[in-house]
Design a binder for this molecule. Structure first.
Ligand SMILES: Cc1cc2nc3c(=O)[nH]c(=O)nc-3n(C[C@H](O)[C@H](O)[C@H](O)COP(=O)(O)OP(=O)(O)OC[C@H]3O[C@@H](n4cnc5c(N)ncnc54)[C@H](O)[C@@H]3O)c2cc1C
Length: 457
């Protein structure tokens, strides 16, 4: 098989690259290799009845397949350079925002029209946050919701499927450099291409590391975010979420001067499991359709850990903490804030008697046995700080699920075209370590496709 361009991974990065080739250079022969399944075949076996928790499938339906890790996400496209990645450092601030807006236009023309764009511009919450030692980060947020996000992906796939060769359930096992380009090895084929775009996301991080080692591509790695997912009655945060949908709020702790931040806020949403390389952590999402709303809002509180020499394995550190919670709770642990403050574990009776009904079936336990003291202290301080702008956050019945870990792929050394030291080999999206979000990953896909089209003209 010979292609002009081979894309590895059909997450937002890979999809938006493919889309750009189809629109701007339909003469190019493009293939996409994806470890997971097509969208309609992505089914997580957890049904809450027979299968209650993660059974570690070979290919995780939540993380792998057309749509990537974002397929069943909340579909929050944050248009900002303030968080979600550092794409702007490579391509410039204006270009990054232009491309995120361009991605938004594509989403709107493929089923997203009518969804709401929220913005922090001119919000009175900035002042309220400042008055309480909190910082509200600037962003515009398009909330597609899990349901509309799925429809958009379905529509984009239908537009691409006859113009791009998709190979599902075909993880690329190995990549070799040839005289004319690259050779990709899958379980049953060898593929030659002139240009190769790797967009393997977080789930492909281990493979990405191997590729970088084999091809002598430099990488840097020193960060992991660790914390909990908070779940409380939606009404306590509705003044914020009605206006902003998602508020990214940062707090500097008094004790250690660490930064704790809110992350991935899901009004009227549900808490879910996430499986990264066999380790079960927690995440959240919500639907655009009001009939699918729950009575709760959830969001993560994360503390960033940056390590310095000689320690290099920041993801290994995060994994070990997550493993500890998996060991104690058989998966995710849930604890009432009141129980955490009293230094006792939560049990099913206390959770059942609480006023917040959990949306995830997790094991009641004690997060203080899992999270390092410095991180836990920071989270507790942040909960009290948030209580000042959203009274009730520090209620006894507020639920904390743990652990939530944001693994960062190591940062691959790339030039301003997101090209490696090997000509024609590009690394985009979360797999590059440059992006950590739907909008940044998608924008990086459009950007690299544009660069390749210019070069191959
Ligand atoms: C539950 C959940 C909710 C989220 N919610 C949001 C949100 O609301 N807003 C937001 O901005 N971000 C959200 N995120 C993060 C967002 O999904 C990612 O930032 C984004 O999907 C990254 O896109 P990507 O294309 O770089 O990688 P991914 O989406 O991870 O896609 C990579 C693809 O590559 C495939 N792959 C991996 N290795 C190989 C290989 N060797 N060969 C072939 N294929 C391979 C994988 O199967 C996967 O499909 C969420 C993530 C999760 C898990």
């Amino acid at each position: 098989m010979n292609y002009d361009v081979a894309i590895v991974g059909a997450g937002p990065g890979g999809i938006f690259s493919a889309y750009e080739f189809v629109k701007k250079a339909p003469n190019l022969k493009v293939a996409v290799f994806e470890a997971g399944y097509p969208l309609e075949k992505r089914k997580c076996p957890i049904d809450g009845d027979k299968i209650k928790t993660c059974i570690n499938c070979n290919t995780c339906a939540i993380m792998n397949g057309f749509g990537g890790a974002g397929a069943f996400s909340d579909g929050k496209y944050n248009i900002t350079n303030d968080f979600g990645g550092t794409l702007y450092e490579y391509i410039g601030r204006d270009k990054a925002i232009d491309l995120m807006n361009y991605v938004d236009e594509i989403n709107m023309s493929h089923g997203g029209e009518g969804t709401k764009m929220y913005s922090t511009a001119g919000s009175s919450f900035k002042k309220l946050c400042m008055q309480n030692k909190l910082t509200l980060l600037d962003a515009s947020v398009r909330h597609l919701g899990t349901d509309i996000n799925y429809v958009v992906l379905e529509n984009i796939y239908n537009e691409l499927k006859d113009k791009v060769d998709f190979f599902f359930h075909r993880p690329v096992l190995k990549l070799e450099k040839t005289n004319e380009g690259y050779k990709l090895f899958t379980k049953d084929s060898e593929v030659l291409c002139k240009k190769c775009i790797i967009s393997v996301g977080r789930s492909g991080s281990k493979w990405m590391e191997e590729v970088c080692k084999d091809l002598d591509i430099k990488t840097h790695s020193n960060r992991v975010d660790i914390g909990v997912r908070v779940e409380l009655p939606a009404v306590l945060f509705s003044h914020l979420t009605d206006e902003l949908y998602e508020s990214k709020i940062v707090y500097q702790t008094e004790k250690f001067e660490d930064h704790v931040r809110t992350f991935c806020m899901n009004p009227y949403g549900a808490v879910v499991h996430e499986n990264t390389n066999g380790i079960v952590t927690v995440n959240g999402h919500s639907f655009e359709d009001p009939t699918k709303h729950t009575e709760n809002t959830n969001f993560a509180l994360l503390v960033s850990k940056h390590f310095s020499e000689p320690f290099k394995d920041s993801n290994g550190y995060g994994e070990s903490i997550a493993r500890l919670s998996n060991m104690l709770g058989g998966g995710v642990i849930v604890q009432r804030f009141g129980d955490l403050e009293r230094g006792r574990r939560s049990n099913q009776k206390r959770i059942d008697e609480g006023t917040v009904r959990p949306t995830l079936n997790a094991t009641p336990g004690d997060l203080s046995l899992v999270l390092p003291k410095r991180i836990l202290d920071g989270i507790i301080e942040m909960i009290y700080a948030l209580d000042k702008i959203a009274p009730g956050t520090a209620n006894e019945d507020t639920l904390l699920y743990g652990v939530e870990v944001k693994f960062y792929n190591m940062e691959v050394e790339l030039d301003n075209n997101l090209e490696t030291c090997h000509k024609g080999l590009y690394i985009i999206g979360d797999g590059s370590g440059v992006t950590h979000s739907l909008s940044h990953a998608s924008a990086s896909g459009v950007y690299v496709a544009g660069k390749i089209i210019d070069e191959m003209k």
